[in-house]
Write a protein that binds this ligand. Structure first.
Ligand code: MRU
Length: 350
């Protein structure tokens, strides 16, 4: 997608470095971060300089490729095995992270030129994801009628998936094809990916939007203001349960109660058949500081971190929740839209 007229992906690799849009600085500052080795890329994933299920997948693939490039001849096997473990330990929930690290590792290991093969495979995953996101957009666009008001949660746009995105891709395509759309953006506490990142993406594309407090969704749906809700996914279990940003589950319950269609947009690489249900999906917990403090632009124009609660309070910070399949009208994938049912999921993946 374009930023100030120039084409960007959320993350890419050049030589042995990984470059990424520093998402912790958006929307206040637009900077590119260079991770010079796999450990720096791991650190960028952990600190959420790069975030979003797809983008952390691509980051993991590139980090794996960096490890292959860096591995010394005399301890090659040992080095890449250790790197794979470290990459997989960066964040636990997004399935794409494990998918990409494993795919690069396996392909490169059986190649006669492993270093070259690792870089090529990681690039291939990123290129495929661009095409996959575009196709998700095409299928999802069929659900969007002219004049629709769409609610979305967190950021599942191009920043979260190299290009186009998942939940936002149908919205971009609808807008491009001349439909009038309006987006209600959940702010998505505690890290505010909606208010900061989704709003930034939509503004860049000239799509009208408004940010709403996370707890206002039910009221808006009750008022009949939302025609459809589309969210992304971090991992989808065999039975169609979906792990996505915390707060998704309660939106889905309200949507069902009030008859608002609720869709999940995700590529087939986000499904994990090893998880029989959502209860098997590991849920990341992060520091309580992300809840207790908020970061934003001060009146002096600096990024500032401030305490927003009673001093010395404790907080909990689970990052994702599980939306049971029964609340989901459909999953928009690059192969079409399916109902979240085990037989259909297995058919889709085979
Ligand atoms: O913790 P994050 O910001 O990495 O969370 C990921 C997300 O943005 C979502 O939960 C999203 O909806 C799926 S990403 C395509």
């Amino acid at each position: 997608m374009k930023v100030k007229g120039k084409d960007y992906r959320a993350i890419w690799m050049e030589g042995s470095s990984v470059f990424l849009i520093e998402q912790n600085l958006l929307p206040f500052d637009f900077k590119i971060y260079e991770a010079k080795n796999y450990l720096e890329t791991c650190q960028a994933i952990k600190t959420m300089k790069v975030r979003g299920a797809g983008a952390v997948g691509e980051a993991a693939g590139f980090a794996m490729a960096q490890a292959f490039l860096e591995a010394p001849e005399d301890s090659f096997g040992e080095y890449i095995e250790k790197a794979k473990k470290e990459i997989e330990a960066t964040r636990p929930t997004a399935q794409n992270l494990f998918y990409a690290a494993k795919r690069v590792f396996k392909t490169a290991k059986k190649s006669i030129e492993p270093r070259k093969a690792a870089v090529a495979e990681a690039q291939k995953i990123a290129d495929e994801d661009v095409e996959i996101s575009r196709r998700i957009g095409e299928y999802g666009n069929e659900l969007i009628k002219d004049g629709f008001n769409i609610e979305t949660h967190c950021n599942a746009g191009w920043l979260a998936f190299v290009d186009y995105g998942t939940a936002l891709s149908p919205i971009y395509l609808a807008h491009k094809s001349g439909k009038k759309v309006f987006v209600y953006v959940d702010e998505t506490r505690p890290r505010n990916q909606g208010a900061r990142l989704t709003a930034w993406e939509l503004k860049n594309e000239g799509i009208p939007y408004v940010i709403l407090p996370d707890n206002a969704g039910a009221y808006l749906m009750f008022q009949g203001k939302i025609d459809i809700m589309i969210v992304g996914a971090d991992r989808i279990a065999r039975n169609g349960d979906v792990a996505n940003k915390i707060g998704t589950f309660e939106k889905a319950i309200v949507a069902k109660e009030l008859g608002v269609p609720f869709y999940v947009a995700a590529p087939t690489s986000t499904f994990d058949l090893n998880c029989n249900s959502g209860r098997d999906i590991p849920i990341e917990e992060r520091s309580e500081d992300e809840v207790l403090y908020q970061t934003g632009l001060s009146e002096q124009g600096n990024l500032a971190k401030i305490l927003v609660c009673l001093p010395h309070s404790k907080a909990i910070n689970p990052l994702f929740d599980i939306t049971p399949a029964k609340y989901i009208n459909g999953i928009i994938t690059e192969k079409g839209i399916i109902q979240p049912r085990e037989d259909l999921i297995i058919g889709l993946l085979s």
